[in-house]
Design a protein around this ligand. Structure first.
Ligand SMILES: [Zn+2]
Length: 181
């Protein structure tokens, strides 16, 4: 297994709509990429990582909510589609691609998502906890949307200013981006 580099906003791959994974692509090499993404997510540490965050513009992601759902080891979600959503919830979100971002983001409270697992088998999850939030955050990445796009225009502007300041002061060093939270 290997650690992958996590790219940061506004890298162009984070701004584009990722393409679906063809089921014929789900083979051992693909599963190695999934294992590498899981290792990268655990090392960061993070509770979710979408393929575009490691510069792969395809519709899959990994999640680790094992500290809240002990019976669920880290797993992959391929070509996810949210088929049902209800209610609203707000959660303070961070993002491995948005340095120092930490803001309340409003999401659907309960979702049902259909997807393929790492063996190409169709699966369905309904959740109304952390998993539902993580999945919605990661699906946003597949659609070229980051959490900073989900907050008020004023807060978004303030965050982008902060990023620019960090860039000017050389606090964001691209070579090190993979090893920072
Ligand atoms: Zn993120």
């Amino acid at each position: 297994m290997a650690l992958l580099e996590i790219i940061e906003y506004p890298h162009p791959t984070l701004l584009e709509i990722a393409r679906p994974v063809d089921p014929s692509e789900i083979n051992d090499a693909f599963r190695t990429t999934i294992d590498n993404m899981i290792e990268t997510m655990l090392e960061a540490p993070g509770v979710g990582l979408a393929a575009p965050q490691v510069n792969i513009s395809k519709r899959f992601l990994v999640v680790d909510v094992s500290s809240y759902y002990p019976d669920r080891p880290p797993f992959a979600i391929i070509n996810p589609v949210i088929t049902e959503r209800s209610g609203k919830t707000t959660f303070e979100e961070g993002c491995l691609s948005l340095p120092e971002f930490r803001e309340d983001v409003e999401r659907s409270k309960k979702i049902t998502v259909e997807y393929l697992d790492a063996w190409g088998k169709r699966q369905v999850i309904t959740d109304e906890g952390l998993l539902a939030i993580v999945i919605q955050h990661e699906i946003d990445h597949l659609d070229g949307i980051v959490a900073a796009d989900r907050i008020s225009p004023m807060k978004r502007m303030m965050y982008l200013k902060k990023l620019k300041k960090m860039d000017r002061k050389g606090l964001r060093i691209p070579e090190l981006s993979g090893s920072r939270l």
